[in-house]
Design a protein around this ligand. Structure first.
Ligand code: C5P
Length: 305
């Protein structure tokens, strides 16, 4: 996440993520699933512009960036009111701070929706940070992390520098130094709903693979890390849309270091050897109509560094 504060506004660039590993351990009594997942931020960014207002209203305008490949399916409208986590994040900060202030916000989307790339969660984290900075609240980081967890399981991750093992329902964060990985990410024309994918999945218990994956990444051994990619939601997602199998078969034909679905899908990514390799593969996948295709790198950055 990167922040600029030109005059009275706050502008946040907030990244997408991919899950290098995602184990679904068990279903919990509260309806969530206990997971262990290794996440890295990647260089596809949404932009949030936050302008503090004296009036109490929270105004949010959302639009896709010009020519955004993210608009892969034409039905993917972005909600602009309280249904949007950005709006709820700002309302939550305002309530916690006991302020009677409002905001005018513009959210420019590039991260595809219903994709397992954390777009809505990333936007919510950006909104928390923007409101916190614009209203000069000076809270400890942990206070924002707690608010983030209330908004959604993936939101606290986006307050890290860009890589973490996440446990619990996803909100318990153990950061690690972001690795440098090049990837190609394809979001097919069909998206998937996170609750539907979770309810179709079969929890498989814990294996402790996440620690080994992080150790490989810390040693810079991308090939070994790629051999440990896993996603316990992929079979469930593949039962919900044929696109997952189709993408898997396409990536198997390509010369990638490793590949799998991200999060609850429907995006699928392959790890490439270099940025050039990722760009070449992205061009090839675009030519075979695989939806919105991005060449990306792991992203580093933090609002409070
Ligand atoms: O936390 P969040 O609101 O993003 O989760 C959306 C839905 O995804 C939850 O209501 C739940 O159905 C499912 N989920 C889950 N286990 C998790 C995270 C999400 O079952 N660890």
């Amino acid at each position: 996440m990167h922040i600029r504060q030109p005059e009275t506004s706050v502008e946040v660039q907030t990244p997408a993520k991919v899950n290098l590993s995602l184990e679904v351990i068990r279903k919990r009594a509260d309806g969530y699933h206990e997971i262990e997942t290794v996440i890295t931020a990647v260089t596809i960014y949404d932009t949030l512009i936050f302008i503090p207002q004296v009036e109490e209203e929270i105004k949010l305008e959302c639009r896709w960036a010009c020519g955004a490949a993210a608009r892969a399916d034409r039905n993917s409208g972005i909600p602009a009111g309280p249904q949007n986590l950005v709006w709820r994040a700002v309302a939550l900060v305002r309530e916690e701070a006991g302020l009677k202030r409002g905001a005018a916000m513009l959210l420019v989307k590039r991260i595809p929706a219903a994709a397992g790339l954390g777009g809505a969660s990333s936007d919510a984290a950006a909104a928390l940070v923007a409101a916190h900075e614009a209203w000069q609240l000076g809270w400890p980081r942990q206070r924002l992390v707690e608010l983030a967890a209330r908004l959604g399981s993936d939101v606290p991750f986006f307050l890290t520098r860009g890589a973490a093992v996440c446990r619990g329902r996803g909100e318990k964060i153990e950061p690690f130094a972001p690795p440098r990985i090049h990837a190609v990410i394809a979001r097919p024309p069909v998206g998937l709903s996170t609750p539907e994918v979770y309810s179709a999945c079969r929890p498989a218990g814990a294996t402790g693979e996440a620690a080994k994956l992080v150790a490989d990444l810390s040693r810079g051994n991308t090939a070994a890390a790629a051999g440990r990619l896993n996603n316990g939601l992929q079979d469930a997602a593949a039962r919900l849309t044929p696109w997952i199998k189709r993408l898997q078969q396409e990536f198997e034909r390509q010369d990638v270091v490793g590949h799998q679905m991200s999060g609850s899908g429907s995006s699928y990514f392959g790890i490439c050897r270099t940025a050039r390799h990722a760009r070449r593969l992205a061009a090839r996948l675009r030519a075979c109509n695989m939806g919105a295709v991005f060449a990306a790198t792991t992203a580093v950055g933090h609002w409070n560094e």
